[in-house]
Design a protein around this ligand. Structure first.
Ligand SMILES: [Zn+2]
Length: 217
């Protein structure tokens, strides 16, 4: 979606995913947390614009040097689903894994037990929004449950697992259970369960930039 960034409700985001004219094959929906900014640092639109500036600033100036904000949506702690990159352009989710992916960031640091100002807890409207987006993507493209991916799964075959993203406190199996329930309740779609074959999804020629670096996980 073109700028300006604007906040969508769950119903609006679901409608966007259900009706958008996709010109590329979609096979995955990827989940990240920002780590920094954390929830306490979130200032609504100003934060989304700051993330976009960091992603698009030239590398020599300390940014990521990307063509646009890396993610298709950014989910605020209050559950706002901010628009981001055009859904027909692959995201900067993880090097080697960007083809076929839709991707969102959740504002927060979910890397440990809750400590206000340090570690956050994923829940409430923010969790609802993440689950709703994931379910809508699976239902639109009739994907199996394992095609909900966490960033921490996306490392090249043989490489060490470099990330905890979307945070050590976020349980993958519990998250997938919520997505499966929402697929059924909202879309009457029952996603097949299967293990994610990370090696099969990796494409060595993928030139996408790795996510993360100074400040954003
Ligand atoms: Zn990540």
């Amino acid at each position: 979606m073109p700028r300006p960034f604007r906040p969508l409700s769950i119903a609006e985001a679901e409608n966007q995913i259900a009706t958008f004219r996709f010109t590329r094959e979609i096979r995955f929906v990827d989940t990240h947390h920002t780590w920094r900014p954390n929830k306490a640092q979130y200032k609504g639109l100003a934060t989304i614009e700051a993330i976009s500036r960091f992603h698009t600033m030239p590398k020599e100036e300390g940014g990521n040097g990307w063509s646009d904000i890396g993610e298709h949506w950014t989910i605020g702690p209050e559950g706002a689903i901010w628009t981001g990159r055009d859904m027909n352009v692959q995201p900067c989710s993880a090097t080697g894994f960007n083809a076929g992916a839709l991707m969102y960031e959740m504002i927060g640091d979910f890397d440990g037990p809750e400590v206000p100002g340090r570690h956050d807890t994923l829940g409430g409207a923010q969790l609802d929004a993440a689950v709703a987006i994931s379910a809508a993507v699976l239902a639109r493209f009739k994907l199996p449950l394992a095609h909900v991916r966490f960033h921490r799964h996306l490392h090249a075959p043989g490489a060490p697992e470099p990330k905890t993203c979307p945070g050590t406190s976020v349980d993958y199996e519990a998250f997938k259970d919520l997505v499966a329930h929402t697929c059924q309740a909202r879309w009457s779609y029952t996603p097949k369960g299967a293990d994610l074959n990370v090696a099969a999804a990796f494409e060595a020629g993928d030139a996408g930039a790795s996510h993360g670096g100074t400040g954003f996980a």
